[in-house]
Design a protein around this ligand. Structure first.
Ligand code: AMP
Length: 284
């Protein structure tokens, strides 16, 4: 496995792979790997001849007062995990090699970025779209792999790729969970023991919503009330950021549940802000 730190070196290597007729899959990450990241790497490994993982805690997607400085990092362990998963190139740029001091170009999908996480993180998806488009350009990737846990992110990136005719195939992998249902996240590290014991109730609440839909509930408002009542009982330490039913592709807010309805949430538990989602009409 090669480890490179500058965009130029990565582009040169990836160009040489393409010149040899080899395809490239990219997995963008912020590091501190768990089984969710490993699943994306394994999926990427099967898609192309060469597998590139980027590890970059992108400052432009963090707002003031968010956890940029304290975001967990362990580059040595992450590099070892990449080796174990057959990664050909690990790209670990420094912020200054990704963003010039006078960086002035931003990519935005404003309609889709104003709901869900965008309400409390107004510039987050602008940072995500811009850095991911840069990573696509730097790596010349034919495929890129994302996780369903960040549903809004992958929906926005799909729209960006479609709207801008970017020649890449995006793939989305199901959320990897702990055995008690908690979605794996690098930020789970922030949870105290007591918070951790309440955290699985987030997904239980989403599953409860799906059961209600399966028994005929069509009103997003009633569904929301039921889940909030369950969480009020089961997650006393939690503070709601949002719980919203949206169309899973356009992210338009829905009042009536249909086959494309997605229930997405963010819940603050202590220092952690945990996100999760569920497709209301899916079987599992
Ligand atoms: P992050 O390093 O948290 O920015 O995530 C990098 C990629 O891993 C994103 O595409 C995430 O959606 C994905 N990811 C994060 N957590 C999970 C999970 N529990 N299951 C599957 N994919 C995940």
């Amino acid at each position: 496995m090669q480890i490179l730190n500058t965009p130029h070196e990565v582009t040169e290597l990836c160009k040489s792979w393409h010149a040899q007729g080899q395809s490239i899959a990219l997995v963008p990450t912020m590091g501190y790997y768990h089984a969710g990241h490993e699943d994306l790497m394994d999926a990427g490994r099967t898609m192309a001849d060469k597998l590139v993982v980027s590890l970059f805690v992108n400052p432009t997607q963090f707002g003031p007062g968010e956890d940029l400085a304290s975001y967990p990092r362990d580059e040595e362990r992450d590099a070892e995990i990449c080796r174990q998963h057959g990664v050909d190139l690990l790209f670990m740029p420094k912020p200054e090699s990704m963003f010039f001091a006078d960086h002035a170009t931003w990519v935005e999908v404003p309609e889709m970025a104003k709901v869900l996480c965008g309400q409390s993180r107004p510039l987050h998806f602008r940072g995500v779209c811009t850095v991911v488009l840069k990573l696509f350009a730097i790596s010349l990737a034919d495929h890129a792999v994302f996780g369903q846990k960040d549903w809004q992110q992958q929906a926005i990136l799909k729209r960006m790729v479609r709207d801008l005719n970017i020649p890449i195939h995006l793939h989305t992998r199901p959320t990897v969970r702990e055995s008690d249902g908690l979605a794996l996240s690098s930020r789970n590290l922030y949870l105290t023991k007591e918070e951790r014991s309440q955290a699985p109730k987030i997904y239980e609440g989403l599953q409860l919503a799906r059961k209600l839909v399966q028994s005929g509930e069509k009103s997003a408002a009633r569904l929301r009330d039921q889940v909030l009542a369950f969480w009020a009982r089961e997650i006393p330490l939690g503070r709601l950021d949002y719980l919203t039913v949206v169309d899973k592709e356009s992210l338009t807010v829905l009042e009536t549940i249909d086959d494309n309805a997605l229930l997405a949430c963010a819940v603050r538990l202590g220092r952690a802000r945990l996100i999760d989602n569920i497709q209301l009409s899916a079987e599992s």
